[in-house]
Write a protein of this length. Sequence first.
Length: 121
Amino acid sequence: MKSLDKAILAADIIMERKAIDPVLFNVGDMSSFTDYFLIAGGNSTRQVQSMEHHLEKKMKEKGFKLFGTEGELEGQWILMDYGDLVIHLFYQPIRELYDLEGLWMDAPRIGIENNDLPDKK
């Protein structure tokens, strides 16, 4: 599976847990450590933790190795490292405070709304 397909799969999985405004960035030309950033929010720390647990389980079922996770106990900002994909799950007020989307505004965004997802055959 290509990196982009993995990133879109991860976006689809977190949307199953009602992620707020997920955004996928192609940072491969701007970063030496990953190809894609997926950023999403939750309405509570419990929701953010639920997204993380669900994502970790589903990605493992698909055979993807999680290299590291940080912040899962607090649930305010959880970082998940899948190598070519780094996922940031935020409690929404913390997301607004750090504004990662603003920091990476020059990176191309990839549409991940339900109607933009590729055919899942």
